[in-house]
Design a protein around this ligand. Structure first.
Ligand code: AVJ
Ligand code: FE
Length: 438
């Protein structure tokens, strides 16, 4: 259906405004020294993310879409993620915090003017406001990255948020796994207007029958693997995973620390006993796969994850979310940094899939067994460096989004990816197994 241009304009402006409010919240709560410091060699200084957000917006929305003259062409290279790996960003000639804020605001003022003037149809970048949606998603992805920087930061807490809802009353009586019948389903999308290039196009996939965990793996379940000596048992580990465990002396998820007879973990500057009913967080793909092997199971493939999250066995159609096509709401999914932690496993009954699988969207990114590869018919758009240059065996796919990602950058088709050693991201997992042919 043709969308009213006024509605599209408001939607794009709202998405940009929501992203900027979060950017300000994440960069306004620490002083200039903290903004320019490198809290971890794995991450950029927050002030780099801030100006990089403005610079991407300048390049795509001001220059390319708006056809306007460049505002600060001389800083493009400083904020080019490919030219400068994270570890060297603190030594670049970065804009100072006030300058970076002013630059991003200046770009934004001009972009809102562009948004009023360009047609939102007639070219792929303009169609349904795609480029504006893409840039809102880009800023929100960096907002998640900045929240990771906050988690790695030392010192007292500066962020706070209300607690997420508890587990639903029926959580303890749910079946441990659900059977997903074998058969074809529609994977990916050609219809979602702001879907990024790697989610496209829609295509048919045959998925053999499998069982999938109803809930994400909890800290309590993961702790049994830890206490069973799982980290020391070579049977469960890929060689590269064993090597990571050995070299870094890993014995538990990142941010966990043994105290007395139990475990505590640090979360945004506060230490607390590891909450046994929360989804496990901050494990690498190797740790997730090792746990699954220990449990006699495996990680789901990306297609299995998406089929569980989108396929409606009643209609045979693939939908946007587990609960249907309606936008995410606070009773269906833990998204958007509304809470600064995942909800307990078994929460969000209203967000369940038709088969009863919970928390597929929100709470924690879920590792899948799959390499990050293009779908048949993939076309890089609008730039190769978003996804295409990352395709291959080096990166594993994550699905579903965490509490830290905004709904604009999270849906049943959304694909995230990272190196299998990565632990600082807000990632957990659930497990699967083949269904025996009956
Ligand atoms: C899709 C989250 C892997 O952060 O590296 C941000 C998103 N791309 N700027 C990343 C992204 C360019 C990307 N991930
Ligand atoms: Fe970026």
């Amino acid at each position: 259906p043709e969308l009213d241009p006024a509605v599209l304009r408001r939607r794009a402006a709202d998405a940009l405004r929501t992203a900027r409010a979060r950017t300000h919240a994440l960069t306004g709560c620490v002083d200039g020294r903290e903004l320019t410091a490198q809290h971890s060699p794995l991450m950029s200084p927050l002030v780099w993310d801030l100006a990089h957000i403005g610079n991407q917006e300048e390049q795509w929305l001001l220059r390319t879409v708006g056809g306007r003259e460049a505002l600060r062409p001389e800083i493009d290279s400083v904020y080019d993620a490919f030219e400068h790996p994270r570890a060297e960003r603190p030594r670049l000639p970065l804009l100072a915090p006030e300058e970076a804020r002013g630059y991003a605001a200046d770009v934004r003022d001009r972009v809102l003017d562009v948004l009023e003037r360009v047609p939102l149809a007639g070219a792929p970048l303009l169609e349904a406001g795609f480029a504006f949606g893409m840039i809102a998603q880009h800023e929100q992805q960096h907002d998640e990255t900045m929240l990771i920087t906050h988690q790695l930061r030392r010192g007292p807490a500066v962020l706070s948020a209300p607690e997420p809802p508890g587990a639903a009353p029926d959580a303890a009586s749910l079946p441990a796994e659900v059977l997903v019948e074998g058969g074809p389903f529609t994977m990916g999308t050609s219809a979602e207007p702001w879907a990024l290039d790697n989610e496209r196009p829609a295509h048919t996939r045959f998925v053999p029958a499998y069982f999938l965990d109803t809930l994400p793996v909890s800290n309590g379940a993961y702790l049994r693997f830890v206490e069973d000596g799982g980290y020391a048992d070579a049977r469960w580990w890929r060689p590269a995973g064993r090597e990571q465990v050995r070299r870094h002396g890993l014995a538990a998820p990142l941010f966990w620390r043994r105290e007395g007879g139990g475990w505590v973990r640090r979360r945004f500057g506060v230490e607390e006993p590891v909450p046994l009913d929360e989804p496990v967080l901050h494990v690498s793909w190797y740790e997730a796969a090792a746990y699954a092997a220990w449990a006699g199971r495996r990680l789901p493939t990306e297609a299995e994850w998406e089929k569980a999250a989108r396929h409606d066995p009643g209609s045979g159609l693939s939908r946007r979310y587990p609960w249907g096509d309606a936008d995410p709401s606070p009773d269906r999914a833990n998204l958007g940094q509304r809470h600064l932690r995942p909800a307990p496993v078994g929460a969000y009954a209203a967000g369940a899939s038709p088969l009863g699988v919970r928390q597929l969207i929100g709470d924690v990114w879920e590792w899948t067994s799959s390499d990050f590869l293009p779908y048949p018919g993939f076309r890089a758009f609008p730039y190769r460096e978003y996804s295409e240059v990352f395709f291959g065996e080096a990166h594993k796919v994550l699905r579903g989004g965490s509490f830290a990602v905004d709904p604009v950058a999270c849906r049943g088709t959304f694909r995230n990816w990272d190196l299998p050693v990565r632990r600082q991201i807000f990632a957990g997992f659930r497990t699967a197994r083949d269904a025996e042919p009956s």
